[in-house]
Design a protein around this ligand. Structure first.
Ligand SMILES: C[S@@+](CC[C@H](N)C(=O)[O-])C[C@H]1O[C@@H](n2cnc3c(N)ncnc32)[C@H](O)[C@@H]1O
Length: 373
């Protein structure tokens, strides 16, 4: 009943907003003017979004935020430091100031703005922005992506995407995406470690664990924990080296294989799946969860950690950003916590719940327990 009323109200609103005469009236009438301005601004920001992204990308390419970290600089000094001509440096600084990335200061100088300051020393976000060059290329023709006819650059970048495999003659590159994931892993690790106590467990398996950044951080907060990692062989090799270099050879081991076909190492009473499930189509995602169910110790816990669709306050990052990012990557989709929970039940897990995180836009956690033996 309530939803019928709400639908009727929305239909009425849409008819009004779609009427140019009403829009003109609303922008002049004092009570509706603020709403009309807000909507016009939101629509303008959507229209201009790609331009804003390119301004941010240009700042990252010339390392502007790092260069301003020591203090304000004049346009001439920024031009000298970045190699841009003075008119280009000035245009970029003005644009970045309009986006709160930098701020103008006395003496015609520019300093970091609140958003630019947040990027200083922030290798994870900086690396994400830099690799968006490939995504922007792929998004040039969104309709062919949606039609499934585009062969996108991100599919190449993520060497496991699109069902393509390494061959001895043509090994695919796993180092670039592994380095990108390592650079951004610190945020995810902080979310997990703040939300969930690892110390109650004896053995942790990180599935699709990349270069072992998460395991190395986990080893510090839970010194008694045995550590296992499973990833594709070239990535597991990188992880193994890093675990050894971190002095963890005695309590950590990296296993190489494909979780779509190979059995996972067994015996862990805690399994983590960080930013892995959304990379895979439904059949593959279910296969991964079933492989974990077979390998996990009786009574063990699985944590599925990733940004999820339908996250309150972060809806755009789920279905819009990740929806299109994964489309360009050629596989996977953002899922809601409820969809992941339903898949966990199908895979044979029993007690499903969620663990609250500080920044759900970066990562949410769905937990699942399997029955004791
Ligand atoms: C998006 S990355 C996430 C890495 C890491 N968990 C993190 O959050 O930084 C996905 C990981 O899954 C691994 N992966 C993809 N397909 C795989 C497969 N079939 N078997 C094992 N690992 C796979 C990739 O190599 C990569 O390390």
């Amino acid at each position: 009943m309530l939803s019928a009323w709400s639908d009727r109200f929305r239909d009425f609103r849409n008819r009004k907003v779609a009427d140019p005469a009403f829009r003109r009236w609303a922008s002049r009438f004092a009570l509706t003017r603020p709403v009309a301005r807000r909507q016009a601004r939101a629509l303008f920001d959507l229209t201009a979004g790609f331009v804003y992204s390119q301004i941010l990308y240009a700042c990252v390419r010339v390392d502007l935020f790092q260069k301003l970290a020591a203090g304000p600089l004049s346009v001439a000094a920024v031009a000298h430091a970045t190699g841009l001509p003075p008119f280009g440096a000035e245009r970029l600084l003005k644009a970045a100031a309009a986006l709160d990335l930098v701020e103008s200061r006395s003496g015609e100088r520019y300093a970091l703005g609140p958003l630019g300051a947040a990027l200083v020393g922030n290798d994870g976000v900086t690396a994400m922005i830099a690799h968006h060059r490939i995504l922007y290329e792929d998004l040039r023709d969104p309709l062919s992506l949606l039609a499934g006819t585009a062969k996108a650059g991100l599919q190449n970048y993520w060497a496991y995407a699109g069902g393509e495999c390494d061959t001895p003659a043509e090994p695919r590159r796993h180092g670039d995406y592994t380095a990108l994931m390592a650079a951004s892993q610190a945020f995810v690790t902080a979310e997990i470690l703040d939300a969930y106590s690892l110390e109650r467990h004896g053995r942790l398996l990180d599935v699709g664990g990349g270069d072992a950044s998460f395991l190395i951080a986990a080893s510090r907060v839970a010194p008694e924990l045995d550590l296992m990692l499973f990833d594709l062989p070239p990535v597991a090799a990188i992880a193994g080296q890093r675990l050894n270099a971190a002095g963890l050879a005695g309590r950590a081991r990296a296993y190489g294989g494909s979780f779509l076909v190979d059995p996972l190492p067994s015996g862990a009473d805690l399994v983590t799946l960080n930013r892995v499930l959304h990379d895979h189509d439904d059949d593959a995602a279910l296969a991964i969860l079933r492989a974990i169910r077979r390998a996990i110790a009786p009574g063990g816990t699985l944590l599925v950690v990733e940004p999820m669709a339908g996250t309150p306050g972060a809806e755009a990052s789920g279905d819009a950003y990740f929806g299109f990012y994964l489309l360009a990557m050629g596989q996977g989709r953002p899922r809601t916590a409820a969809e992941i929970s339903a898949m966990l039940v199908r895979a044979g897990f029993e007690t499903i719940g969620t663990v609250a995180t500080n920044t759900p836009m970066i990562a949410r956690i769905v937990s699942a327990k399997c029955g004791a033996a």
